[in-house]
Design a protein around this ligand. Sequence first.
Ligand code: AMP
Length: 515
Amino acid sequence: MTTPAVPAVGVDLGTTFSVVARLDQQGRPSTLANAEGDRVTPSVVLFDRDVVVVGKEALKALATEAEHVAECSKRDMGYRVFRKVFEGRQYPPEVIEAWILNKLRCDAAQQIGPFTKVVVTVPAYFDEVRRKATQDAGYMAGFEVLDIINEPTAAAVAFGFQQGFLDQKGSTSEPRRILVYDLGGGTFDVTVMEIRGTQFVALATDGDVRLGGYDWDQRLVDLMAESFIRQHYVDPREDPNTAGKLWRECEDAKRTLSARSKASVACGYRGYSSRVEVSRQQFKEATQDLLDRTRFTTEQTLKAAGLDWADIERVLLVGGSTRMPMVRDMLKQLSGKQPDASVAADEAVAHGAALRAGLLLAESEGRPATFAIKNVNSHSLGVVGADPLTKRRRNGILIPRNTPLPVTAKRTFKTQKADQKSILVQIVEGESPSADDCTQIGQCSVRDLPPNLPAQSPVDVLFRYEPNGRLQVKVTLPGTNRHIKAEIVRENSLSKEHMDGWRRYICGIEPTEYR
Ligand code: AMP
């Protein structure tokens, strides 16, 4: 693959750490270090009055100024505001993510010169609302987000590149089925993929957007705090700074436990101090249920793909948390195969995103694509209707999960009265029959129906998932070729005006066209 004139940059915007990669002159992905010289940047933001600090220093501040620090904001994506309030101000999570992206952009620009075009990764299990929020964060950080790509798919692309599948010889090779087990800092994804030469086809995907290394850390924090309480009758978690410091120590101890059979954590609070030792076995027992959740989801995904372990050639490990021996042991026992740790757990996702960026830039310059990606939707799309008996809001599924993308589904609605001007359709994502238990995407609002339509006139609403899992709506009147204006009015999304304001504030870059 030859490199386009514009740098091909991929960003893995992780819950706990983020990574930037670019394609070099030979089209090979490589990680760009940040301004501190590190290959990974903590996804942590410190609001120090007027100054916003991102990365390592913000992470350190968790031990002294925890109330000014935003950590794991990716977990809150899709909600209206971040869970913490900073000096009376509540920020949307995508704004906090934009600050992180802005640092990544500025640091990378120091090495490769100014650039705007990037591909950003998202967990495969991210719903449509979170996908849009990620693109919005990119816009507010001064980027032009060429596309979003699912993290396991990006890892599989990096793996395919490393294995030589993207070369000439790769395109003729036998289809290979791999299972990507991606356990990062805050999210868990499992995806079954088929690599058909240069085609990367997702067969099924599942996961949990609130399960990751952070939960393992918390269990260790609880273990330590309970031991501290038994000794000193005070709970170190009461104080945000002590809790922040304890968390950092526990995260470190967790890493030690991946290499050694025991680790110790020091904790001091209210004049008391102690050092508590924890063994790998104790840690495993305290987190068994978390591991079991990933095991259950892995088995379900394999089943959803219509396969069993004999069909899977490799189990690919992605995400820093797959370094925990308990993960590797569980997967080995489950699959009967040694899990494959040949891609760099922390960096493969960013590398895959850079390869995707290279592909899109090459295409825009009229050069042929060297590989292709096919996704499935990770959540079912439904429209809300009232149950005739109970009158409860029901989820009428239109596009079931794991459908190959892009896909379009049509639903015909009837006007209820003569000369009706508008139709509102509530759209949700999720598997539950009850609409209230699903993710509310918003309302599809059809505003300019032609005058004098008789009652019971049919109106066709077309819902289309783009290849990257984003949703579009189109409305037509059957029997006419009239195009009717329709838009998705979102529940938890920032307006373009708000985003423009944030873009100017965060990175000082003027607004551009953005949909
Ligand atoms: P990622 O988002 O893929 O960079 O994963 C970050 C997560 O991996 C964090 O929760 C880290 O604590 C965890 N992690 C990184 N290295 C290790 C290790 N050696 N052992 C256990 N967990 C690790």
